[in-house]
Design a protein. Structure first.
Length: 660
């Protein structure tokens, strides 16, 4: 990525929506911004009213930072809204989910069928002892049973915590333990690049190594069958899906939930080693994802929405499961890798099922660019009418490639900025209103009040999309409450307050840097803390460092995210060894594998550099900034605060020689 932010700000290309798109768009009146800006609560309330409530709220919003409540006193059920109201109405025979497995198996599930499936799983969970208020940990491949189990939990008032199928036994156990999960739902395995990911074996390892004392039962889906080898079932603890779910009644009433009852916990990396259990409640979250799905993706009755995320991430919660299904849309989900059997798999899927919307990540787009335009070119992508991007800043070059080669130059692109914590999209174009600029996420969504603040908390307020201000950069802060905001970190209110609400009191601090250009467009700059964005996923430097020092050969470790053409950031680790160990290629490979095993393959460092010393300040703090300079081949910045300036110079020399 050669573009610097200064050159980005001079990006002059502008892509206004076509008149044809505007004419049919769900949002095409720019006054939506001003109206929502002046009455955000009224704006959100009008969206809450599109949901089905068992009992209306008596207060729209109660906000005493960091405490927030929306639709206070209202009663609803998220599963009822995503499933029953469609199954019992005109959409009964409409497809809710279209699934393609990596081996090529296809399943289509209508809303009526979805209601039956979800109800059976909900009854099975009850039989396994799950009650309203409990937590269920879901560790499944990206198959229909994943969103089905999420919805089943919502139906009976149990909170789910989905753990991405690429995470290790340690990561699974840490999350299940922190959430005090009563049940883990997993599978014999899932397909990835033609191989089986042995989820049940990894689950067993989690129990063996970490106890998982709160977990009473493990429900095991049969996905891969014989290919997965023998599945060990622990007597009294493990239950086969086929034995318990299949025989359940198709009737399962939806629990009446309070608007502020916990819907789910989703773990995300924090700047300490321990992941944060981000909580979301029912009424506000559902309102936020319903509104954004409809307006940002311009969702229509006959759309087929293909979001390539896994339900293990917030994107799969908000824009596969809850947002689109609440709108009664059809979602397309795919289990496996984009290059299996060939590098055109996504394009074949779009061609075959006639997907109309594609929502994916810049890291994937850059991979497709590298593979070459011939792969999408040999498929018919003419069904597509809108493209989306999420996870990290998209560089203009990737944006243009996406626009040209996937969108045939005609599909609007929505570059959507948000976080696990925000629950729903916060900064984004509205495709029927906004003229997009490649690389800019453009403007706050209506009803969202963003500020760009400097270190002293001064800055410009952005009032709606058309504000013009001097170009300036700073921290991204959100001023007014919004319905889908997290209600806190599970069991850790102090950490919540400290992370998000202490830097700029009474304002939500997102942890990202941002610039505002002369036309009032926002340009996201990435994280300002020790969180790396590797292939669009948050990984904390601390988390990887703890995994490194856990290896017997390692004395000390410092981790940085270095700029990477495809992944956005790649992990580079600098380690010093304990006495008695010497560096070798075999040891480096072993260290990389160790991190992959401790956290999961996404956290495996690209580079491990062994050094006798790490650059530290006099107070012993490792200067990561200098390590970044070294890893990215730059001249060293200020070294005057180093305890021993010679360490870093020799480190730089040796790093460059080893790279070359
Ligand atoms: C962080 C949140 C939101 C779902 C996926 C990631 C970065 C996300 C963009 C974007 C620039 C982006 C931010 C944010 N990010 N989308 N369109 N442009 N940066 O969720 O793991 O909670 O990560 O992803 O740095 O803080 P997450």
């Amino acid at each position: 990525m050669s573009e610097t932010i200064e050159s980005l700000l001079h990006e002059a290309r502008s892509y206004p929506p076509s008149p044809e798109f505007v004419a049919q768009a769900n949002a095409n009146d720019p006054s939506i911004y001003d109206k929502a800006f002046h009455d955000p609560q009224g704006f959100w309330e009008s969206w809450a009213k599109t949901l089905h409530w068992f009992q209306p709220w008596n207060r729209v919003c109660h906000f005493e930072p960091p405490v927030v409540e929306w639709f206070v006193g209202g009663k609803l059920n998220a599963c009822y809204n995503c499933v029953d109201r469609h199954a019992e109405g005109d959409r009964a025979n409409k497809r809710a989910i279209v699934f393609e497995g990596e081996p090529g198996d296809v399943r289509e599930i209508t809303y009526a069928e979805l209601k039956v499936e979800v109800s059976k799983v909900a009854n099975a969970l009850k039989e396994l002892g799950v009650q309203k208020g409990d937590r269920v940990c879901i560790y499944l491949p990206m198959v229909p049973e994943l969103p089905i189990t999420m919805l089943a939990c919502a139906r009976i008032g149990a909170a789910h915590t989905v753990v991405f199928g690429g995470f290790s036994a340690d990561s699974l156990a840490e999350r299940a333990n922190d959430a005090e999960a009563k049940v883990i739902v997993t599978a014999d395995g899932g397909w990835r690049r033609g191989s089986v990911v042995p989820l049940k074996k990894i689950t067993d390892e989690a129990f063996e190594k970490h106890g998982c004392e709160t977990v009473e039962k493990v429900l095991v889906l049969n996905r891969v069958g014989e290919a997965g080898g023998d599945v060990n079932m622990v007597e009294g603890r493990d239950v086969h899906w086929s034995e318990i779910v299949t025989r359940q009644s198709e009737d399962c009433p939806c629990e009446v939930m309070d608007s502020e009852d916990l819907l789910f916990i989703l773990y995300t990396s924090g700047s300490t080693g321990k992941p944060k259990g981000i909580t979301h409640t029912t009424g506000g979250y559902l309102t936020g994802v319903t509104a954004t799905s409809k307006l940002v993706f311009d969702l229509k009755e006959d759309d087929l929405h293909f979001c390539t995320a896994d339900c293990g991430w917030i994107t799969g919660h908000s824009y596969i499961t809850y947002g689109p299904l609440s709108n009664g849309a059809t979602v397309l989900i795919y289990e496996g890798a984009p290059d299996t059997p060939d590098k055109d798999r996504f394009w074949r899927i779009i061609e075959k099922h006639k997907a109309t919307i594609l929502y994916t990540a810049p890291t994937a787009i850059r991979t497709f660019m590298k593979w070459g335009a011939e792969y999408p070119a040999r498929c018919d992508l003419s069904s597509l009418r809108l493209l989306g991007s999420v996870g990290e800043p998209i560089n203009p070059e990737a944006w243009i490639w996406y626009h040209t080669n996937i969108g045939a130059g005609k599909c609007p692109i929505v570059d959507t900025w948000w976080q696990t914590e925000t629950g729903a999209i916060m900064i984004t174009p509205l495709p029927g209103i906004t003229a997009t600029k490649p690389g800019s996420a453009t403007h706050p969504f209506p009803g969202v009040h963003i500020k760009v603040l400097d270190d002293h908390g001064n800055g410009v307020e952005i009032s709606g999309p058309h504000a013009t201000n001097m170009t300036r950069g700073g921290y991204l802060v959100i001023e007014q409450p919004w319905p889908s905001m997290t209600r806190g970190i599970y069991n850790d209110p102090d950490r919540y307050k400290k992370t998000y609400w202490s830097r700029f009191p009474k304002n939500y601090f997102a942890g990202d840097g941002v610039k505002l250009d002369n036309d009032g467009y926002l340009w996201l700059l990435g994280r300002v803390d020790d969180i790396m964005l590797v292939a669009g996923h948050n990984i904390s430097t601390m988390e990887v460092e703890s995994a490194l020092v856990d290896h017997p050969a390692i004395a000390e470790a410092a981790v940085i995210g270095k700029t990477h053409d495809i992944k956005g950031q790649a992990i580079a680790a600098f380690v010093s060894l304990r006495a008695g160990f010497t560096g070798s290629d075999a040891l480096i490979a072993e260290i990389k594998g160790h991190v992959g095993k401790k956290i999961g393959p996404i956290a495996r460092p690209d580079d491990v550099f062994i050094s006798a010393d790490l650059p530290k300040t006099r107070s012993g703090k490792i200067m990561r900034r200098l390590l970044r300079d070294i890893a990215e081949g730059r001249a060293l910045g200020d070294t005057s605060t180093l305890a021993d300036p010679t360490v870093v110079a020799s480190l730089k020399d040796r790093y460059e020689t080893s790279e070359g």
